[in-house]
Ligand binder design. Sequence first.
Ligand code: ZN
Length: 323
Amino acid sequence: MNREALDDLKHQIPLMGYLQAHDWQPARPLSRGRWMGLCPLHEDHQPSFLVDPNKDLFYCYGCGRGGDVIRFAELYHQVKFSQALALLRQWRGVEPLLHEAARFYCIQLDRHAEAVAYLLQRGIHSPELIEHMRIGYAPGGCLRGWLMQLGHPLESLRRAGLVTGAGYDVYLRRIVFPLEGNLYGRSLSASAPPHRFLPGSKGGLYGWEQARQYPEVILVEGLFDYAILWQAGFHNVTCSLGTHLNARQLRQLCDGLRTVYLAFDADSNGSGQQAAQCLSRTLGERGVATRLISLPEGHDPNSFFISGGNAQDFQRLLEEACP
Ligand SMILES: [Zn+2]
């Protein structure tokens, strides 16, 4: 790789984005747009890791190491320079690939009656919502051909997790939702695992850019809950894709003054409510106010609407929610 190609690679992968995607959190702003945070390269208890997003450089006052995004990948993944380059090239290649895959799945949605029927069964019918979430459908068996025709090598499809080692589409008969750096697939068949992600992080909170503008935010655990609430006019909804929040999602909820309404599933075994209480404590410790929404037993927000609840009914649940 020559100097120019190295510079291109570094330009395409801003250090700050790469760090945050690896769960690094900026803790304290410094002058000239620089940040301090805990060092991800050694056991660090006081922020000693300095990042300059303008120069795309880091330096740790604790372990004395520093450099650019390539140096960071070497140290973080504990690999040699050439392997770090390969990892970063792979990282750079996945985004456009996922974008193309999502576009393909969107086209498929209207062509498959079973997909549209499933969405209706889950109460989803608004074209505006389908467009907003870029909901698609993976019939299985034709993504590989489409992407390879566009010039993506089979090896890239395998590395992104879109295609199995044997070359078959991984997503088969699934409703697909594009996420940040990932794709979530909900199976239509009862015989397959219901939820599926590509390898790698599930990303940050779903729909956060829109939700964070509101002083009151509704947090749900599933994308079908998100969809039904958004469709009903609750555009202050966001989704954690499961009851366990990753570090990035927690940081997002805490990035401003707001009240978070937790609308996790009211499972009969109480696991959703337990998770909500636990999260409520964690957020409370970080100064974020929370309210627990109490859905009828056995319901999640999606089934609440499907079984006859409407926006006014849900609004009442919000008003009755306990701190
Ligand atoms: Zn360090």
